[in-house]
Design a protein around this ligand. Structure first.
Ligand SMILES: *[C@@H]1O[C@H](CO)[C@@H](O)[C@H](O)[C@H]1NC(C)=O
Ligand SMILES: *[C@@H]1O[C@H](CO)[C@@H](O)[C@H](O)[C@H]1NC(C)=O
Length: 267
């Protein structure tokens, strides 16, 4: 009986390990960030900062913040920025992708180079941008292509839902995720990427903190946070990372803080 049991257990653990078979741990992986101004290194200019700046303080491995203001999933792709990150990515690295704030809007009458083609699948739109005829894809399509690119390099990809605009803006708390959050969630399943509902984690903490505190986090508009606000937004991400069930256990193993020591509750 014993050899059979051993074989059975070996088979079971192999079966459990299979989803991560292409992912191999490296001693000191790098965490790459791809996103927009809400994640970018803004150096506190105009009193605002992106949350990506603060992620380094919660992790024991280096963070390279390649987020850049004004970008959408489409323009980050079109400018070759995912390819640029991929040229540095090694097996065992992590790539966190978060977009949405610049992905809305219409392609006509004027295409701003950021708006995505509407839809959740492989639909395409033909548009004119910078005097050229361009094919524009959907938000999920750009996310899934990026995930394929990084996964083929042996990296672990995490889709993060976009940060909320100030949910206290009206004077009472109101948060609803919107379509780019649904897209990020659904395309993570399609792409085999991990997913953190960063929007919901952040909104939950903002709800607890109350109107006056959160108002102070948005000095210029309802989208961009102060450095203190960005630190809270980063911690909300780390909470999501550390909570079980988000498919992020590999990166969570590099979080310095204990899950219970991080602000917020698991969702
Ligand atoms: C989109 O195209 C890809 C690649 O051809 C295919 O695997 C996938 O099933 C398509 N998705 C949908 C929603 O049709
Ligand atoms: C984790 O602890 C470090 C101090 O070691 C702190 O800077 C960071 O903000 C903490 N992160 C979270 C998510 O609480």
């Amino acid at each position: 009986m014993l050899p059979l049991l051993t074989v059975l257990l070996a088979f079971m653990s192999a079966a459990v390990a299979r989803p991560d078979a292409t992912f191999e741990r490296r001693a000191t992986p790098t965490v790459y960030l791809a996103g927009d101004s809400t994640m970018a290194e803004l150096k506190g200019a105009n009193g605002i900062e992106g949350w990506g700046h603060y992620l380094q303080y919660s992790l024991s491995v280096p963070v390279v913040n390649n987020a850049i203001s004004g970008r959408s999933a489409r323009s980050f792709t079109a400018e070759g920025r995912f390819d640029g990150i991929a040229s540095n990515v090694k097996s065992g690295d992590f790539v966190i992708i978060e977009f949405g704030h610049n992905d809305g809007g219409s392609l006509s009458p004027t295409d701003n180079g950021r708006s995505d083609c509407p839809g959740a699948g492989n639909e395409t739109c033909t548009s004119t941008y910078n005097g050229q005829t361009v094919t524009v894809h959907t938000f999920p399509w750009y996310f899934i292509q990026a995930a394929k690119l990084f996964t083929s390099k042996g990296a672990k990809v995490i889709f993060s839902s976009q940060t909320p605009n100030n949910p206290w803006e009206s004077g009472s708390f109101s948060y609803s995720g919107g379509r780019f959050i649904t897209y990020a969630h659904d395309s993570a399943i399609t792409a085999g990427a991990a997913y953190i509902d960063h929007g919901a984690y952040t909104a939950n903490i903002f709800k607890t903190l109350g109107l006056n505190t959160v108002k102070g986090y948005f000095p210029n508009d309802h989208t961009h946070t102060s450095p203190v606000g960005a630190d809270v937004v980063a911690k909300a991400f780390v909470k999501g990372l550390a909570c079980a069930g988000t498919g992020t256990s590999e990166l969570a193993s590099y979080v310095k803080n204990t899950t219970s020591g991080i602000q917020g509750t698991c969702i």
